[in-house]
Design a protein around this ligand. Structure first.
Ligand code: NAD
Length: 368
């Protein structure tokens, strides 16, 4: 693997983070980068993410053993078209990072038909609202699922080769069919995003006549709508490249809402209680409670009294413990379990901090 040449097209958040992760496991491997804008090219080169950069995509492709397209979904398809017309190395391994897979895999199958190109669809399931090489992070994909979706161009050993190349990401590699990937992500990712945005828009419209609605919006509303701040361009591409599965989820959700409305209209107390009871039970059983990915966070909620110096008192106790965020929940207390919220990246730090605070104070400390 060390002598191979890897070519990453698109040195944005995902492409540049992949470059860092690849270098982590294979420091001697040559990584070439293409980026349309100069800013990310300079950052990637200066920070040693890549060894050489170009603004001419076609120039490096013929010398690459592995080509990673880290571009928006539409551009991924256009760049597959370009690759199919270039004199690529025999058995070059091509992959992508698009958030939807069926359209890209079908496109690769079509353009590389009868060519000695190995194609594997890829989706690293971690990211953020940040963009560009400046936001790159070698830990971005740690513990996150990295999905491979094979195509008819995926020859024996292709996925194993990619896992070896990407081992420095420390991701959880998994292989599924592209259509199933798109169905599953429509439910757990695409639909929740459009729901969050719909909820925000509903609240804004309602707030025009009821301004207090915005003022009172607190924990529950914030948790439900955080992802409405995602990048609009990326989400437009995702919705447009997975329309059937998403429309099907919308129809299913409408039916479910109608059922809830019926139980309310019927004043059916038992059905409403069961609805909430089952929802709580099922959420508690869900795997989302098992931390994964770089976004994993371990919180402590501390019920501190509203008195001067109390935050400082807590922070002094935690000297030497790595804390990633401090939040004072001073708004509406619904859904909030303590006024001071401390966030840790590591479970051990959270545990140690909880022990220290409980030993030194009488404050209630809840770990989440
Ligand atoms: P980004 O905006 O940080 O980077 C996008 C890259 O595409 C940049 O290098 C940009 O120069 C390039 N690009 C955009 N339009 C182009 C064009 N017309 N021609 C040439 N290059 C162009 O975005 P990102 O988050 O790195 O997303 C890249 C891909 O990763 C997308 O397909 C997205 O679906 C996928 N993805 C994103 C996330 C996430 O949360 N950000 C997670 C998983 C997968």
């Amino acid at each position: 693997m060390e002598k191979k040449v890897v070519y990453i097209a698109g040195l944005g958040l995902i492409g540049a983070s992949l470059a860092l992760g690849i270098k982590r496991a294979h420091p001697n491997l040559t990584i070439l980068g293409y980026n349309r804008s100069e800013a990310s090219r300079i950052i990637a080169l200066e920070r040693g993410m890549v060894d050489q950069v170009t603004d001419d995509f076609a120039s490096f492709a013929p010398i690459a053993d592995v080509i990673i397209l880290a571009l928006p979904i539409k551009q991924t398809k256009s760049y597959l078209d370009i690759l199919a017309r270039l004199p690529l190395k025999d058995q070059v391994l091509v992959t992508d990072v698009g958030s939807t897979k069926a359209e890209i895999v079908a496109h690769a199958d079509q353009v590389f038909q009868d060519q000695a190109v190995r194609f594997v669809g890829g989706h690293p399931m971690a990211g953020s609202h940040k963009t560009g090489a400046a936001a790159a992070d070698e830990t971005l994909f740690e513990n996150a699922y990295y999905i491979f979706t094979p195509s008819s161009q995926t020859k024996a050993g292709s996925i194993e080769n990619l896992k070896e190349l990407l081992s420095g990401l420390r991701s959880r590699f998994i292989e599924i069919n592209a259509e199933e990937h798109d169905r599953v992500t429509s439910q757990i990712s695409h639909f929740p995003h459009l729901l969050a945005t719909t909820l925000v828009e509903q609240a804004v419209a309602y707030g025009e006549e009821h301004p207090l609605a915005n003022r009172f919006a607190a924990g529950g509303f914030r948790d439900m709508t955080r992802i409405a701040e995602s990048e609009p361009g990326m989400w437009t591409s995702i919705l447009l490249s997975n329309p059937h599965a998403i429309l099907e989820r919308i129809a299913d959700f409408k039916e479910r809402l109608d059922q809830v409305a019926e139980t309310i209209q019927a004043d059916n107390q038992e059905a409403i209680w069961t609805f909430f009871y089952e929802g709580r039970k099922h959420r508690q059983e869900m795997q989302i409670h098992q931390p994964a990915g770089r976004d994993s966070a371990y919180h402590l909620f501390i019920d501190v009294p509203d008195k001067e110096g109390v935050i400082l008192e807590i922070l002094q106790l935690l000297q030497g413990i790595s804390l990633v965020n401090i939040h004072i929940n001073e708004e509406n207390r619904e859904d909030i379990h303590g006024i001071l919220q401390l966030t840790f990246r590591q479970a051990e730090d959270q545990k140690r901090a909880q022990e220290l605070i409980q030993k030194a104070t009488s404050y209630t400390v809840l770990a989440r």
